[in-house]
Design a protein around this ligand. Structure first.
Ligand SMILES: N[C@@H](Cc1ccccc1)C(=O)O
Length: 424
């Protein structure tokens, strides 16, 4: 992984122009926040590197070998959570059951399907009523239906945005590419296909608290990977039309993606991790950094609009109080003001203000700590994006299986969201 970038301005400049990328190599080690944006919003294609394919393959046989030797491995031939003291020989069924019991949450259907049948006709939301319908009754029922759900559009208000789901798949793929999860290549390849063919699992926005991994949210991705008819995915062209929610088995068939079957450990390897929290955090961090950049531009414009001075951004002030964020933002604001003819010097003998008001004069002191927080958030987030967040994890060199807690979101990698775990 590349070394941390500690200056905010360096960080902004280092974000490679994401639109110029046409494909992103996935190697488990070099995913950046801007890569997450490129794949989740700009639909850039992904592909596993040869090295990560080798790493995944190197680990594939270890779990089956251990089971054959009679070892007990958590979540493979044991129950989950508090049931880790139970054992099962049916290792594939254990994975099936895991996904089945975690796919919980509330997903509303399209409003058109929700409008009840009246006089034998299914409700339509095109404003035209069928002959014989009682117009006011229908209108009233529609109004009740709309107000009884969280927002006007139940479909999007109960499900995560497509970009969240794509970001989650990408980050889980990168975690699996680390080669410490003991899966077959088919599992990672399925995520590559879903991303590249833009089949995007619908994940309920409520239903998981990320306290034991993003279990439920990731299980919906696992259900789509298996083509479960009870799961749905957004499919269809992006431009000009609305994407539709399609049953997972149909969505996979239409996109020519083979449904996966789960072998030992593979269900757990899909769900036991932080990919959803990290994905949402990456999307938010990117926006936050853009806003913080804009805040500095707007501060310079405010100095001009209020006929202020650039004296408070002089390098000497930062030299004697050298917080990196303060120095960085003062340098930026002063640079933005360079050549401005709207500045005041405030040093004449008249009775105008001798120095600017706090809002201008202390702006680098206010903005600076925020920039430092965002740099730290980016650094921690980048480590998280390139981590194997799973349990148990397998060392391919020694074939040892380690039981730990890398699925735990509350390692708090996100100063952006004080008080993690993030509730999703
Ligand atoms: N995160 C749990 C796994 C788990 C899965 C499903 C239910 C409960 C717990 C662990 O690794 O210990």
């Amino acid at each position: 992984m590349s070394s941390p970038v500690w200056s905010f301005t360096d960080l902004v400049l280092s974000q490679k122009p994401r639109l110029s990328k046409t494909s992103l190599p996935i190697d488990g080690q070099s995913l950046t926040v801007s890569d997450v944006i490129a794949v989740s919003r700009d639909l850039v294609h992904v592909g596993l590197t040869a090295k990560s394919i080798d790493s995944i393959k190197a680990c594939t046989t270890i779990i089956p070998e251990k089971i054959a030797m009679g070892h007990a491995i958590y979540g493979v031939n044991t129950g989950f959570g508090g049931s880790a003291d139970t054992r099962s020989d049916d290792v594939e069924r254990v994975q099936q059951s895991l996904i089945s019991h975690l796919t919980c949450g509330i997903i509303a259907d399209d409003i058109q399907q929700l409008v009840p049948k009246i006089n034998g006709h299914a409700g339509q939301s095109n404003g035209r009523d069928s002959p014989g319908d009682c117009f006011s009754e229908r209108q009233e029922q529609r109004a009740v239906m709309r107000s009884s759900l969280p927002l006007n559009d139940p479909l999007s208000s109960t499900c995560m945005a497509e970009s969240w789901s794509r970001a989650s798949m990408l980050i889980r793929l990168n975690s699996l590419a680390g080669g410490a999860s003991g899966i077959r290549l088919d599992i990672a390849a399925s995520l590559v296909d879903l991303l590249n063919k833009d089949v995007v699992p619908r994940i309920p926005v409520r239903g998981s608290i990320s306290a034991s991994g993003d279990l439920s949210a990731l299980a919906w991705i696992g259900a789509v990977m298996q083509g479960k008819p009870s799961a749905t995915a957004y499919t269809g062209p992006r431009l000009g039309t609305t994407r539709k929610a399609t049953r997972a088995d149909v969505a996979l068939a239409e996109a020519d993606i083979t449904p996966i079957s789960l072998h030992a450990k593979e269900g757990l390897a899909i769900v036991n991790g932080t990919a959803v929290s990290a994905g949402v955090a990456a999307l938010a961090a990117y926006e936050a950094v853009n806003l913080a950049t804009l805040a500095q531009v707007l501060t310079a414009m405010s100095v001009e609009a209020l006929r202020g001075s650039d004296e408070s951004f002089e390098p000497f002030i930062g030299r004697v109080r050298p917080h990196s964020g303060q120095v960085d933002s003062a340098r930026n604001i002063k640079a933005f003001l360079n050549g401005s003819r709207l500045l005041n010097r405030h040093d004449g003998g008249d009775v105008t203000l001798r120095q600017d008001r706090y809002s201008l004069r202390t702006s680098s002191q206010w903005i600076g700590p925020v920039l430092e927080d965002f740099c730290l958030a980016y650094h921690q987030l980048t480590v998280e994006l390139n981590s194997v967040t799973d349990n148990p994890v397998i060392d391919p060199e020694t074939s040892r299986v380690f039981h730990g807690g890398n699925f735990q979101v509350s390692t708090r990698p996100y100063p952006l969201f004080p008080g993690a775990p993030l509730e999703i």
